[in-house]
Design a protein around this ligand. Structure first.
Ligand SMILES: NC(=O)c1ccc[n+]([C@@H]2O[C@H](COP(=O)([O-])OP(=O)(O)OC[C@H]3O[C@@H](n4cnc5c(N)ncnc54)[C@H](O)[C@@H]3O)[C@@H](O)[C@H]2O)c1
Length: 330
């Protein structure tokens, strides 16, 4: 299939481009490079040996998106492009609503105009809110506590309504848990600008000496060791989940958790990172961060059952690959 990947130069998008190319699909990548670099596209070509047409385009601009659709015979879209920092979304809600919602609407309308019937959307476990773990696809969603989460819930609704009105449209809403790690080549990975918001890049930067100490938010949660529990998933497993979803798409809306089903505490991750890589990660436990929940992990059985997909890589590989990529960055 010819797959248009929006946000293709980003963290998850770039790894998914690799997985798609390795599965025999053709990739057309689009990114406005607001949070990524064009050289990532070259790295994708280097890893796979395949050419990747790339458009530096903002997907909120309908005319630009339609031009790409007119140039290529697109069979499906995987829509990663968007802003993702929870804290920033509270400070700049309109920027987040505009970018994340208009992009989804522009792409969905272009699909209608160009008869593209497969749409895979990057959603997030954040839509579950403070439901009881493990999170399962049949749960009622709780109202989002921040604009970022609201954009994911609203995009899910927009695409669900679009599919309701178009019997030919197939939509997969993929709810990611906590993607970490990097491609094992060390050529692509997560390279946040500024101080990282997520745990793993923070850990790798402390290990490298770029940051002094890891601040662990909260040591008094009702969890195994008091620190927050998350479902970390290797980004290549997540990428392969997209290929599986695309291959199994049938008309209608299909929701899948992409996680491992396994909860890991902050301290368990730090300990594994230190053991696997033989490097110490100094940390200090500080107050809880407002808005954080104690535990978040998936019931991953639906994807296993229906997509024949399950995460294969363990925490040790996630730590090893994240560190290899960090070390490769100058
Ligand atoms: N990383 C996570 O922990 C996580 C978890 C759940 C969901 N998600 C979602 O997955 C998607 C990808 O996340 P990521 O971690 O790869 O983030 P990322 O920032 O690395 O990738 C997003 C890419 O989209 C591009 N982009 C943003 N707005 C654009 C626009 N209007 N037009 C064109 N390109 C645009 C950015 O330049 C970037 O390269 C996002 O939608 C994010 O909300 C991420």
């Amino acid at each position: 299939m010819n797959i248009l990947v929006t946000g293709g130069a980003g963290f998850i998008g770039s790894h998914t481009c690799v997985a798609l190319l390795e599965a025999g699909h053709t990739v057309i990548a689009v990114d406005n490079l607001s949070n990524s670099k064009a050289e990532t596209i070259d790295r994708i070509k280097q890893i796979t040996g395949h050419d990747v047409p790339f458009y530096q385009v903002d997907v909120t601009v309908a005319t630009a998106v339609e031009q790409i659709m007119a140039n290529h015979s697109i069979d499906g879209i995987i829509h990663f492009a968007g802003f993702k920092a929870v804290g920033e979304s509270v400070a700049k809600p309109l920027v987040y609503y505009y970018n994340n919602l208009v992009s989804t609407m522009v792409l969905a309308m272009a699909c209608q105009k160009y008869s593209v019937n497969r749409f895979v959307f990057s959603s997030s476990a954040t839509v579950y809110g403070e439901n009881e773990v493990p999170f399962i696809e049949t749960m009622d969603l709780l109202p989002a506590t921040n604009p970022y989460g609201a954009t994911k819930a609203m995009s899910e609704r927009i695409l669900t309504d679009a599919a309701g009105a178009n019997p030919k449209l197939s939509v997969a809403l993929l709810r990611y848990f906590n993607p970490v790690g990097a491609h094992e080549s060390g050529l692509i990975g997560e390279a946040p600008t500024g101080v990282p918001n997520n745990l793993m890049p923070y850990v790798t930067q402390v290990a490298k000496g770029k940051l002094e100490k890891l601040r662990v938010f909260g040591g008094d949660y009702p969890t195994v060791d008091g620190t927050g529990v998350r479902d970390y998933i290797h980004v290549m497993d997540l990428a392969e989940g997209h290929v599986a979803a695309l291959n199994h798409l049938t008309a209608g809306v299909h929701i899948y958790n992409l996680g491992t089903g396994q909860g890991t505490s902050v301290l368990q991750l730090v300990k594994t990172f230190a053991e696997v890589n033989g490097i110490d990660v100094p940390y200090v436990i500080v107050d809880r961060r407002p808005g954080d929940i104690a535990e978040c992990y998936a019931d991953a059985s639906k994807a296993r059952r229906e997509l024949n997909w399950a995460a294969r890589r363990g925490l040790a590989e996630m730590c090893r690959d994240a560190w290899r990529f960090e070390k490769s960055m100058v």
